[in-house]
Design a protein around this ligand. Sequence first.
Ligand code: ZN
Length: 139
Amino acid sequence: MLYDHGIRDVKVISVRGSLTDHYNPQKKTINLSESVFNERNTASAAVAAHECGHAVQNANGYEWLQLRSSFEPVVGLTSNISMIVIIGGLILMNIIPFGFEIAVIGVGLFAIGILFSFITLPVEYDASNRALAWLQRKI
Ligand SMILES: [Zn+2]
């Protein structure tokens, strides 16, 4: 699939764990879990083609993937601290005057994670559609 789309700079490698399959646009690697990498069955082919779909998105400058990639570091931070800020704000609510506002900020940080999920959906559907289209041409 990579070859058919003129992609020559992406490596397909095996990574430990199950359901760890992902495409890394920074390292330009398609990381397949050991079972997907080593087994020759329909499910493994579908997962591998889906991850190749992300590489095709990256090569074609697919806007939703770019938006998702730019959000990723922010979401990593906000999802880690949002619950601490919410709970901290609720605890401090009766102690300091702006405790409730801190909790609201925590909810806002949590909402960034929800927004990220909505950005992720079209990226995943598109990768699967690209994979399915390619697999159907090869059958
Ligand atoms: Zn995906």
